[in-house]
Write a protein that binds this ligand. Sequence first.
Ligand SMILES: *Cc1c(COP(=O)(O)O)cnc(C)c1O
Length: 323
Amino acid sequence: MTDLTLPTYDNVLAAAQRLEGFAHRTPVLTSRTVNEALGAQVFFKCENFQRMGAFKFRGAFNALSKFDDAQRRRSVVAFSLGNHAQAVALSAKLLGMPATIGMPEDAPAMKIAATRGYGGNVVLYDRYKEDREQIGRDLAEKRGLTLIPPYDHPDVMAGQGTAAKELFDEVGPLDAFFVPLGDGGLLSGSALSTRTLSPDCEIYAVEPEAGNDGQQSFRSGNIVHIDTPKTIADGAQTQHLGNYTFPIIRRDVNDVLTASDAELIDCMCFYASRMKMLVEPTGCLNFAALRKMKAQMSGKRVGVLISGGNVDIQRFAELVAGQ
Ligand SMILES: *Cc1c(COP(=O)(O)O)cnc(C)c1O
């Protein structure tokens, strides 16, 4: 752990070039209703409109496009709660290599189906009993595949940072930026872009109330491990931050906040009814926290990174019907 070379904003810039022509430059939306309700100016960077429906395409494609010929021939393996699986499967397809993907058997059906749809060879596992990282390493060793983890990898982190880069390029510096937190790939990449493009911007990470390992780690200064949390935010059912992501988070992030499942459902309803878009529960974490900070955010320019929109429509209907 001593000689980790952490990625920098230069790596984000290089990733942005690799992604040119492959990733969508997603829209930045505003809502008069939100601005009036919060007394702030809020900019939503909509990665729910990214290819495969989430920002994870950025990190996966950046990592896979750096493979050498031998790695391309032997191909890639990934393990994922859902969106990284789709991201690796689609990136591999675009780059002409096969992909083997470990996914939890209770991952949303649409995420499993989409991963198979992109040509990924899906291997299912029990996330409450089996260790996904061990499964990934086993597959990598047995078959000689290159393992691309969903977050704790400099190329993945740099790729994820390109969404925040685009946001700042488009709207200029902000006072505060709210980012969902799972394992910290998105957050650490976003922090690299923020500290260069809007150095004084406060960065708030938001994770599920049911699993606040990130908050505990941030506040204690050590990576805290927890059991897989039970929450509807399936993209953030994570157990610990990574060796690469944690130092950047500690250095660059202002605070780690939490949101409850009920607050996530409320945000899903808001996004659907007022902004006409489908956002998955994990993608609602940051807006849920921002809505609780009205007093502190009054008069400020605030960024909200909507991380993804992959939720089964049936599941969406069930969740919002409970409201
Ligand atoms: C993966 C994911 C996150 C969390 O990202 P990390 O890099 O694991 O912190 C948030 N939202 C969505 C939609 C995701 O797929």
